[in-house]
Design a protein around this ligand. Sequence first.
Ligand code: HEM
Ligand SMILES: *[C@@H]1O[C@H](CO)[C@@H](O)[C@H](O)[C@H]1NC(C)=O
Ligand SMILES: *[C@@H]1O[C@H](CO)[C@@H](O)[C@H](O)[C@H]1NC(C)=O
Ligand SMILES: *[C@@H]1O[C@H](CO)[C@@H](O)[C@H](O)[C@H]1NC(C)=O
Length: 196
Amino acid sequence: MSALLSSLLILSLFSTGISLSSNYYEKTCPNAESLIRKAVRDAAKNDKKVPAALLRMHFHDCFIRGCDASVLLDSKGKNTAEKDGPPNVSLHAFYVIDNAKSAVESACPGIVSCADILALAARDAVVLSGGPSWVVPKGRKDGRTSLASETRQLPAPTFNISQLQQSFAQRGLSLKDLVALSGNYSSQIKLIKGRP
Ligand code: HEM
Ligand SMILES: *[C@@H]1O[C@H](CO)[C@@H](O)[C@H](O)[C@H]1NC(C)=O
Ligand SMILES: *[C@@H]1O[C@H](CO)[C@@H](O)[C@H](O)[C@H]1NC(C)=O
Ligand SMILES: *[C@@H]1O[C@H](CO)[C@@H](O)[C@H](O)[C@H]1NC(C)=O
C-alpha cells in the first residue's frame, strides 16, 4: 500500500516535471522566444564565444538535477553552488541569460522560467553557429538546489567510452545521443571559435 502510494506520489511529482509543451507560453508570453533570441544574438555579436558557452551551460545544467537552471544559482552563505564546482572553469556568459531574463520579465513578469530560457538560448546558440534547429518543449520549473559537490556527476575528460556511455545512460541517453551531443571535431571547433 505505502509502496503504491509512494509510486503514485513519485509519478505525480514526475508528471508536473514532464508536462512540457512547445506552445507553453503562446498565450502568457508570446514574445519570449524572440526576446531570448535577440539577447543571444546581441551578445554573440560582441563576443564570438557566447554560443559555445551557452550550449555547454545547458549541458552542465541538464546533467545535474535535470534542466532546472540550477547551474545559474550563485553560492550563498555556506552553500557552494554548481557554478563554483571544479568543472566550472570555462562556464561563462551567464550575463546573456540574465539579459534574456530581464527582457522577458519586462514583457511578461513572473511567467517564463530560467530553465526554459537557458534551453531556448542553447538552441538559439546552435542555430546562430550554423547548426540545426529544433523545437524546444517548455514548461520546466526552476530548481532551488545547487551543490558544487554534485558537479562530480558530470562526465570527466578522462572518462573512457564505457564510462561515458554509463554517464549518459543514467540520464536516459543512448550511445547515439552521446555521439550526436558530443559532436565531431570540426563542428566543435567552429562552435568554440564562434564562426558560423
Ligand atoms: C561527453 C562528455 C564530455 C566531456 C568529458 C566534456 C568535457 C569538456 C571539457 C574538458 C571542455 C573544456 C573546458 C575548458 O575550456 O576548460 C569542454 C568544452 C566544451 N564542451 Fe564539453 N564535454 C562533454 C560533453 C559535451 C556535451 C554533451 C556538450 C554539448 C552538447 C558539450 C559542449 C561543450 C562546449 C560547447 C565546450 C566549449 C565551451 C567554451 O569554450 O565556452 N560538451 N567540454
Ligand atoms: C569556479 O569555482 C572557483 C572555486 O572552485 C571560483 O573561485 C571561481 O570564481 C569559479 N569561476 C566561475 C566562472 O564561476
Ligand atoms: C573504463 O574505465 C573503467 C574504470 O576505470 C574500467 O573498469 C573499464 O575496464 C574501462 N573500459 C574500457 C573499455 O577501457
Ligand atoms: C562534422 O561537422 C562538420 C561541420 O559542421 C560537417 O560539415 C561534417 O559533415 C560533420 N561530419 C560528420 C561525420 O557528421
